[in-house]
Design a protein around this ligand. Structure first.
Ligand SMILES: Nc1ncnc2c1ncn2[C@@H]1O[C@H](COP(=O)(O)OP(=O)(O)OP(=O)(O)O)[C@@H](O)[C@H]1O
Ligand SMILES: [Mg+2]
Length: 251
């Protein structure tokens, strides 16, 4: 069975209707979609609502105890359950879980400066495979435990590592830009892994694109090509699975 890891960017949530339709359709075709979602936009919304201040460093959110509670509540609660409910409503069969459930993601503190932010240390794909084998679409909220604390882990990193752990066939990142842009703003249709270092050095890649590109590179251990596609475009997911060349391919 073909396994496709689909990262849904929090920034495209709310405009994800056709993405979820595509996920249900793919599952019905016998393909096994594994959804990993972010939720940056929703987290910011709730942090603002609750009056909790945060900042970003290196594209990652500095997370203290208070913001960690909000991050976990929003990602594992609101966003995850909204996605699962929406998929089920479309006639799909989804089970929501997080990197914490079944100890799927073992994390370690990424950088003391970032607080409760983790890098993925290891993935136990067992619980995800169990969900797949039972005929469900796993919908995974990012997060991981280091044995002492829950840690906020970037969803792209979880997606990339999940692709490796599941030996996935495809890795697709749906986001809120048409693809990776060069210095002049033109989209790369193909990006070779050897080019990434210089793009990082020249600061062409910034913010959330940094963990995304690293996640693409990691996933290349399992997939031939990782794709970054505009999830706001109707049926972008189905088109890319069917082989249409949209967005940026990283090989
Ligand atoms: N060279 C680049 N090309 C394209 N986008 C870039 C580039 N450098 C930085 N970015 C930024 O990366 C953003 C995408 O990452 P972002 O983390 O914001 O979204 P996401 O990962 O889809 O959502 P979430 O983090 O909620 O899961 C774009 O909106 C853009 O602002
Ligand atoms: Mg992101």
């Amino acid at each position: 069975m073909k396994t496709i890891v689909v990262k849904i960017g929090g920034s495209t949530l709310g405009e994800h209707d056709t993405t979820l339709e595509d996920i249900v359709a793919l599952h019905k075709q016998g393909i096994c979609p594994v959804v990993v979602h972010g939720g940056g936009k929703k987290i910011t919304e709730w942090l603002d609502k609750l009056g909790v201040a945060t900042e970003f460093k290196k594209g990652l959110r500095v997370t203290d105890e208070q913001s960690l509670e909000v991050v976990v509540a929003v990602l594992c609660g609101i966003v995850n359950k909204e996605l699962v409910s929406a998929i089920n409503k479309l006639g799909g069969k989804a089970v929501g879980l997080s990197g914490f459930d079944g100890g799927v993601i073992e994390a370690e503190v990424a950088d003391e400066e970032l607080g409760y932010v983790g890098d993925v240390k290891s993935v136990d794909a067992g619980p995800i495979k169990a969900v797949i084998d039972a005929g469900y679409i796993p919908v995974i909220a990012p997060g991981g435990h280091d044995g002492k604390h829950m840690l906020n882990v970037n969803a792209d990193s979880v997606a990339g590592e999940m692709a490796v752990a599941l030996k996935a066939d495809e890795m697709i990142f749906l986001t809120d830009v048409e693809g990776v842009r060069d210095k002049s703003g033109t989209m790369f249709s193909t990006l070779h892994k050897e080019e990434v270092g210089s793009l990082l050095d020249m600061e062409v890649l910034s913010g959330g694109m940094i963990p995304k590109i690293y996640a693409c590179l990691r996933s290349l251990l399992s997939v031939d090509a990782a794709r970054i596609v505009d999830g706001r475009q109707p049926h972008a997911l189905m088109e890319v699975v069917e082989g249409k060349s949209i967005g940026t391919v990283i090989r």
